[in-house]
Write a protein that binds this ligand. Structure first.
Ligand code: PAN
Ligand code: ZN
Length: 194
């Protein structure tokens, strides 16, 4: 993270739980269907969306609390409702590069699923609704899926030094995919793990 001031004093920020916004926001990122082309499995659905001009899936806002000797950070993510094929909108998902770095996620609005998985493929999913808080141990990759019809907003607390590793999830995804089936949310086996 660039241009982040060091501040050795306590800091408070005010969050809008409806859209995950806060001021000042030190880093802002948007991820579109094109950025998640390796994550969603229905390639024809992706091409169709891209032909019509791409689509925003989620936004991330970061506030790193850098002091002289610590790097705790806050991130808020808003995942807009929608599907690519039958797969619900979701974050890319990643492992932390450092094996001693856990994370806490707090869902402040919406409903969905937090998927977690070790490198060996041990899979745990947590059903999510407003005010579900989940501790993600260091060895678990993590991805949030919005299965509702409203934006899902969550707050993440982590150390910047944790680092993000996206490669393994880009290559194989999680063991299960979260899809709409017969009008309902379902977790179905991911063929890339067969
Ligand atoms: C979060 C995530 C954020 C976006 O801040 O980075 O929700 O998800 P992806 O990074 O998977 O696109 C976090 O887990 N930080 O460690
Ligand atoms: Zn993380």
């Amino acid at each position: 993270m660039k241009n982040v001031p060091v501040n050795n004093y306590p800091t408070s920020i005010q969050l809008d739980i409806h859209d995950g916004k806060f001021e000042p926001c030190l880093e802002f990122e948007q991820r579109k269907v094109s950025d998640l082309a390796k994550m969603f499995s229905d390639k024809a659905a992706i091409e169709d969306i891209l032909r019509r001009g791409d689509r925003l899936v989620y936004e991330i806002r970061y506030y790193p609390f850098f002091t002289s000797n610590s790097d705790m950070a806050l991130g808020t993510t808003i995942i807009f409702p929608g599907k690519v094929g039958n797969e619900y909108h979701m974050t890319k998902g990643h492992f932390h590069e450092r094996e001693d770095q856990p994370e806490v996620y707090h869902c402040v609005q919406g409903e969905g699923v937090l998927q977690m998985m070790t490198r060996e493929g041990e899979y745990v999913s947590a059903p999510w609704k407003a005010d579900t808080i989940t501790h993600i141990p260091p060895q678990f990759a993590h991805r949030v899926v919005n299965t509702g019809t409203f934006p899902l907003v969550f707050v993440a607390v982590f150390h910047v030094a944790a680092g993000h590793e996206y490669g393994p999830i880009e290559q194989r995804g999680f063991r299960y995919k979260v899809v709409e089936k017969d009008g309902k949310m379902a977790e179905v086996s991911n063929p890339r793990w067969a």
